[in-house]
Ligand binder design. Structure first.
Ligand code: PLP
Length: 374
């Protein structure tokens, strides 16, 4: 089965990991710090804290923001469940704002309609790798006193109005899962524009340990002393994973280039095919395409999915609207609340896209799909 996404690993990646295994630090060592500096530099020059996954990045970000009972988080239903669920586990009230039908991105007008002074976070997702409309989202956030969060699990390396992902929202989270744009196995990162918030993320992902003597509340222990002021978890990324991440970062531009070529090839191939619609792209973004979200029209998505899968092409569907998950439905979220997202979901089919996908494999996917439509 041709997968819809997969990692690209070369000998340099392997050597980088092996070097760590032969060294002194498997975790909490200098390679973690080096990886965090490199991610931060790529993401607008802000501090990055590496964590164990995109999910823990979101959880750490929301926790550091102090999200709790009674706070509203406004987000998109067209995302992986973790964007919302990590806020819900902290007791926040998640409000879903509908998407733009062209791009699958959260619609600022829909956000504007539900944002109030209870809104603490406006969490956008750069669906498929294209940045959301942060200038408009930030203006809404500023009006109601909220912060913006960019779930950039799809979009590391992308830009919006000439600014890099990581510099678009107050807080940005990344995922380094193997199907994403670069990988550390499992892994993620949080990037914060506010250094004090970044420090809170750091402490949260490090069990809440405070190690700066100037901040100690207990002052009469000894040189071994460290103390906890607020609860945290162990979400630390290892040096092993960080070495892989550093090696991957060196090829990120090449990955982006290849993903862009694949999108162009699909767009050209499907331009005149009836019964499908190619993904919309705004002209103020330079996406890092993580997904190729084709739309299959006329109620034929499931039929096409099944035929194409049976022919060995590992298509996917991204995503079921988050509030359809029983954990939200059982809490009273009703179908029909975001009609654009539901219509988008009904048609969406993610085609294979990853750096090592060849032109002839792309052509094979197109042929299989066109065959399934006949
Ligand atoms: C993958 C993903 C996540 C979660 O990342 P993990 O590393 O798998 O935990 C969160 N949000 C979005 C939009 C994702 O695609």
């Amino acid at each position: 089965m041709l997968p819809y996404g997969r990692q690209s690993i070369d000998e340099e990646d392997i050597d980088a990991v092996v070097r760590i295994l032969r060294g002194d630090w498997l975790t909490t060592g200098p390679t973690v710090a080096e990886f965090e500096r490199a991610v931060g530099e790529l993401a607008g020059g802000h501090r990055a804290v590496s964590v164990t996954s995109g999910t823990s990045a979101l959880h750490a970000a929301y926790s550091a923001l102090g999200l709790s009972d009674g706070d509203d988080v406004v987000t998109t239903p067209m995302t992986f469940v973790a964007t919302a669920s990590t806020a819900s586990v902290l007791g926040a009230n998640v409000i879903f704002a509908d998407i733009d039908d062209e791009t699958g991105l959260i619609d600022p007008a829909a956000v504007d309609a539900v944002a109030t002074d209870r809104t603490r976070v406006i969490a956008a997702v750069d669906y498929a790798g294209q940045a959301a409309e942060y200038d408009r989202l930030q203006a809404i956030a500023d009006r109601v006193g909220a912060v913006t969060l960019d779930d950039a699990a799809h979009s590391i390396g992308g830009t919006y109005r000439g600014r890099p992902v990581g510099d678009l929202a107050d807080v940005t989270t990344f995922s380094f899962f193997p199907t994403k744009n670069m990988t550390t196995g499992e892994g993620g990162a949080v990037v914060c524009k506010d250094p004090a918030l970044a420090q809170r993320v750091h402490e949260f992902h490090f069990i809440g340990l405070v190690r700066d003597p100037d901040r100690f509340e207990i002052t009469d222990e000894g040189p071994w002393h460290q103390e906890v002021h607020e609860f945290g978890l162990n979400y630390r990324l290892t040096d092993i994973a960080s070495a892989l991440g550093l090696a991957q970062l060196k090829r990120l531009e090449r990955f982006k280039q290849r993903r862009t070529e694949i999108v162009a090839r699909y767009n050209a191939a499907f331009a005149d095919v009836e019964g499908v619609r190619t993904p919309g792209q705004r002209d103020d973004t330079d996406p890092m395409w993580h997904l190729y979200p084709l739309r299959v029209l006329d109620g034929r998505r499931r039929e096409v999915f099944e035929k194409v899968r049976a022919a060995g092409v590992g298509v996917q569907v991204n995503y079921i609207p988050v509030y359809w998950h029983p954990v939200y439905a059982n809490a009273g979220y009703r179908r029909g609340m975001c009609p654009n997202a539901e219509a988008f979901y009904a048609e969406e089919l993610s085609l294979p896209i990853f750096p090592d996908l060849t032109d002839s494999q792309v052509d094979q996917v197109v042929e299989t799909l066109v065959g399934a439509l006949r």
